[in-house]
Design a protein around this ligand. Structure first.
Ligand code: FAD
Ligand code: UDP
Length: 483
């Protein structure tokens, strides 16, 4: 392995390991073909059996007096191979790192990658989960099936700039996502298109006939003000009741009347035979999966990745010159105006001993079932394996200990968000980026675009003489930028 690659792969370990024996061990690992996680497990086991020198340190090895400013010293029983695991002692954040990035999802990873590689800034990226990728993370389950554990993530975009940017870290597996809706005891082509119309009629039809029929069914609403009106104005009450009303109520626990038009307007209505769920011109999945793409983005000597670290545990002690925050906005401000509303999800996984379980990657359930959709992502990943895993999605009320998956696009939530957004605009030395920090129902490409725009803004600020970044409130010295 080349020197730079070695440096990148083991930068974290090297910060903590000055001993010759440890370096030798690291070199052995570098020349091995085993995956780091496998090696770590093997060596941790062997080391804890043969020698007390290489075992994971108990949390007590960091003295309380060391605090966040303590240099990274090697604890006597520190295992140099523990870098991919969650980091239990957040107080060991490297004080030499300039930028603290909270969240290793799209927003955090894009900014870390840009700041590290283009501006040569040293970034510490933390995430309270034990993996990179945020909600886009994918993994193999116990049966070896590649799954999207936080709901299906269909990458799509109309922006060639975003495809170009992400293509530095991944090749693509082109996909056309096809979805069915299960209503009245049968599968329907969905989103509504000419094939669906023919299913309704029970005979062949034409785009002209479908357009003429919809013109009769449509409610005469010129400027739809909510999600009910938007669908009624396109297809009328029959199809609205059949496919949208109850699904939306289950998903949001709100009547479609109480949601922005943009929610249901996400679903296209077509009078041709285009039966793809999405309309964007680029639709694909990262060829080796999202997690691999994120690992490549974050694999840079200027990036120090710490998983299993919650910002709330370090914000009063850690130092930074600039903060990039991608977590929930209300949480950042201690919920001072009350909690922002979110919807959460509960995922139920089922592995089955057959190649496929359902006829499409996603089947929507607008009926009385407690779940909204069943996803068999294997249809999209193209993985060849004789077993399959389906994931049922149950929407749920958000509360403590749950993940805030969806901001709620509705006027009342927006009004509360505006109060937090006003605080965010005044917060010095901090960028609020991403779906949770800006409380927007954004797709992945929109999140990437937002992060790239914020990078451009920071670069312009920092590289323009006379403009200094605002000092961070968590930084006791309140140093100016650039140092
Ligand atoms: P996230 O991915 O949420 O990442 C934020 C990270 O910050 C998380 O990992 C979290 O653990 C971490 N964090 C939060 N608070 C703290 C803290 N205090 N300390 C440390 N870490 C913290 N988009 C599409 O384009 N196509 C799709 O098909 C699609 N499907 C989706 C399905 C579901 C069920 C959901 C919920 C979203 C879907 N999206 C989809 C949207 C997509 O997930 C987002 O656009 C994207 O992941 C947003 O990235 P982010 O970095 O803003 O947020
Ligand atoms: N929707 C619906 N019926 C469906 C699919 C979607 O009523 O069969 C509505 C629902 O309100 C949903 C919104 O359209 O929240 C957007 O759907 P999408 O599949 O884009 O949701 P996401 O993947 O973002 O959860």
């Amino acid at each position: 392995m080349s020197k730079p690659a070695e440096r990148r792969k083991f930068s974290w370990a090297r910060q903590r390991s000055s001993g010759v024996a440890e370096r030798l061990l690291a070199n052995r690992i570098l020349s091995s073909s085993l995956r780091p996680r496998t090696l770590r497990n093997l060596l941790n086991r062997a080391a804890s059996f043969f020698s007390p020198l290489y075992c994971t340190p108990p949390a007590t090895h960091l003295k309380p007096s060391q605090g966040s400013n303590a240099p990274l010293t090697k604890a006597p029983f520190f295992c140099i191979l523990s870098f991919p695991t969650p980091h239990p002692e957040p107080h060991t954040l490297n004080p030499e790192f300039d930028i603290l990035i909270v969240g290793a999802g799209f927003a955090g990873a894009v900014l870390a990658e840009r700041l590290a590689s283009r501006l040569d800034r040293r970034c510490t990226v933390i995430d309270r989960r034990d993996h990179v990728g945020g909600n886009a993370f994918d993994r193999r389950d116990g049966a070896g099936v590649l799954i999207h554990p936080y709901g299906p993530h269909y990458f799509r975009t109309n922006s060639s700039r975003i495809v170009e940017y992400l293509s530095r870290f991944t090749d693509w597996h082109p996909v056309e996502y096809r979805v069915l809706s299960y209503a009245g005891g049968r599968h329907w082509q969905f989103p509504i298109n000419l094939n669906t119309f023919e299913q309704l009629l029970g005979r062949p039809s034409t785009p002209e006939e479908m357009e003429a029929t919809l013109a009769q069914w449509r409610a005469p609403i010129e400027n739809p003000k909510n999600s009910e009106e938007v669908i009624l104005s396109k297809v009328g009450p029959r199809l609205y009741e059949m496919f949208f009303k109850n699904y939306t109520r289950k998903q949001w626990r709100r009547d479609p009347k109480d949601l922005d038009p943009s929610v249901c307007a996400r679903i296209p209505i077509r009078t041709n035979r285009d039966d793809r769920y999405l309309s964007e011109k680029f639709q694909a999945l990262p060829k080796d999966g999202y997690a691999a793409m994120f690992r490549r983005m974050l694999d840079h000597p200027n990036i120090d990745l710490r998983l299993g670290v919650d910002f709330r545990d370090i914000r009063n002690t850690a130092k930074w010159k600039h903060l990039v925050y991608t977590g929930p906005l209300d949480e950042y401000f201690g919920h001072r105006f009350g909690p922002l509303p979110y919807r959460t999800l509960h995922f139920e996984l089922e592995t089955l001993p057959r190649e496929f379980s359902q006829p499409a990657v996603q089947v929507n359930y607008p009926g009385d079932e407690p779940f909204t959709r069943v996803v068999e992502i294997k249809h999209a990943t193209g993985q060849k394996i004789p077993v399959t895993t389906i994931v049922r999605e149950y929407p749920d009320d958000y509360g403590p200990g749950k993940e805030p998956y969806y901001p709620i696009p509705a006027p009342d939530a927006r009004a509360l968000h505006a109060r937090y957004a006003a605080l965010a605009a005044r917060e010095p030395g901090t960028s609020f980026v991403g779906r949770l920090a800006t409380y927007r129902y954004h797709n992945m490409d929109q999140t990437v675009a937002m992060a790239l725009a914020e990078f451009g803004r920071l670069r312009a600020t920092w590289l323009t003489p006379g403009l200094s970044s605002r000092p961070s409130p968590g930084h006791p010295e309140k140093r100016e930028w650039p140092a």
